[in-house]
Structures are given as structure tokens and as C-alpha cells.
Design a protein around this ligand. Structure first.
Ligand code: SAM
Length: 238
């Protein structure tokens, strides 16, 4: 059930299947997660390889072929997570028929001049309570993902094919009041890094051992050397 676990500062990281692990956990105040959307996302980014300098300021390399995201090949069922006091789920447009009325979150991930040119301009999240629409604009999201994993905006690598910017997950965590945050679909641990920055307790669960190890490393770095959490200057944004 729990295949491995690590405690790093105020973070408890668990390698396992979240639906099996959940009953063993203590009190959770809020669930903040970037769950599998249930869209069968094609993680082979070599299909986007481009040296087209009109689209990118710098060559981004040939892309890479990541393993498929566990559970993404079937519709996502959010019902388990809807019972918690505060909930934020990403990819909500893919399973909106299974959600009650709540607030809509929008992550605008590109510069406006690139809207409509390549993949999605934004992602949609759902938050329990309220009914407004709230936007987070991070026009530098792609460069940010690379910087936050490798320390360079030029490196092609990210930690995870659907890695979120730390600032986005920080915005999400700040939208909740809870002391202990659970991310049952932790991936490379971005929500955990956001919790470290905000001084919240964090529990993260990940089923893929490779991503679990990356999450342990990122959260450990954030805990031990918070000054290394990099911020990006304007001229680094792509
Ligand atoms: C969309 S990704 C999260 C990416 C993360 N936000 C990041 O920044 O790296 C969802 C993650 O959930 C994991 N996952 C899928 N089903 C799971 C399950 N039943 N239990 C635990 N983790 C699961 C996948 O392996 C994947 O890494």
C-alpha cells in the first residue's frame, strides 16, 4: 500500500496509490491537486520539436518522450476529493459534469500575442465554494518550468511532462486557509514546494517512483536551501 515514504521538514511524501493510502492519513484541511485530467495526454513532446526561431526566441531542442501519465487514459472521477473542507482540482473542464457549482480558476499560460498559435492558451481549475472566475496570468510558464527544474531557462528538460509553475500552485495554496494541504497526485512535487514557501504542512502522494524521487529532491532542496528557489528576470521569459 505505502511502498515508501519520506518526511522532509513539514512535508510527508508517500509513494503509493492515493485511493489506497487516503484512509490511513490523519486530518486533511485542503486538497490542492493537479490530478490526471482523463484526456489521454500524449506525453511524446518530440512531436513539437522545432527550431523555428520565429516561434521561440531560442531553440528548444528535439523534445523528449515521457512515459504516459498514470490513470490519464480513463475519465477522472473527482468524487473522493469533494468531501474535503477545501478543494482545488485542475483540468476541471474535462470532468465538469461531475462537479458541483464552485469557483472557476483560469491559468493563462502564454503571452497574449501567442494566443491561438500553439496548444492551449490556458487551463481550467475548479475550487469548492463561491461561483466567481479567477485568473492567474503566468505568460512565462514554459521557461519557468525549465528554470525551476534545471536552474536554466535554456535547458529543454522539465521535471514532469505536466509540471506546473511553483507560482501557480502557490496562488492555489494561498486561496485556501487550511493548515495541512494534501496533493494526492503530486507528480514532481510542485504543490509541496509551494507549501514549503508558504509555511504550510504538506502531504503528497505519487504512484510513479521516478516522479516520487524527483519530488523528494525538489522539496528537500526547497526546505534546506530556500534561497535557491529561483526567480526569473523579464529578459529570460520565452
Ligand atoms: C498531472 S500530474 C501532476 C504534475 C504535478 N502538478 C507537477 O507539477 O509535477 C498527475 C500525477 O498523478 C500521478 N498519479 C496518477 N494516478 C495516481 C494515483 N492513483 N495515486 C497517486 N498518484 C497518481 C501520476 O503519476 C502523475 O505524476
Amino acid at each position: 500500500m505505502i511502498r515508501r515514504e519520506a518526511t522532509i521538514g513539514n512535508c510527508r511524501l508517500i509513494l503509493g496509490n492515493c485511493t489506497e493510502v487516503l484512509p490511513t492519513l490523519g486530518k486533511i484541511d485542503a486538497v490542492v491537486t493537479d490530478n490526471p485530467y482523463g484526456m489521454g495526454y500524449d506525453t511524446d513532446s518530440t512531436r513539437f520539436s522545432s527550431k523555428d526561431q520565429t516561434l521561440y526566441k531560442r531553440p528548444i531542442g528535439a523534445g523528449r518522450s515521457d512515459r504516459a501519465i498514470h490513470g490519464d487514459n480513463q475519465p477522472f472521477d473527482p468524487s473522493t476529493w469533494l468531501t474535503f473542507p477545501e478543494v482545488i482540482l485542475w483540468g476541471a473542464n474535462h470532468f465538469s459534469q461531475r462537479l458541483p457549482i464552485g469557483s472557476t480558476l483560469v491559468w493563462l499560460k502564454k503571452k497574449p500575442e501567442r494566443y491561438g498559435t500553439f496548444l492551449s492558451d490556458a487551463e481550467i481549475g475548479w475550487q469548492s465554494g463561491g461561483y466567481g472566475v479567477y485568473a492567474f496570468h503566468a505568460p512565462d510558464s514554459n521557461a519557468r518550468r525549465r528554470l525551476e527544474f534545471t536552474g536554466s531557462t535554456l535547458a529543454p528538460a522539465t521535471a514532469h511532462p505536466t509540471q506546473k509553475p511553483i507560482a501557480l500552485m502557490q496562488w492555489c495554496v494561498e486561496r485556501t486557509k487550511g493548515k495541512t494541504i494534501l496533493d494526492p497526485y503530486m507528480g514532481s512535487g510542485t504543490t509541496g514546494v509551494a507549501c514549503v514557501k508558504l509555511g504550510r504542512k504538506f502531504i503528497g502522494i505519487e504512484i510513479d517512483e521516478g516522479y516520487f524521487d524527483i519530488a523528494c529532491k525538489r522539496i528537500s532542496n526547497a526546505t534546506e536551501r530556500p534561497s535557491l528557489l529561483l526567480e526569473m528576470s523579464n529578459d529570460e521569459q520565452t
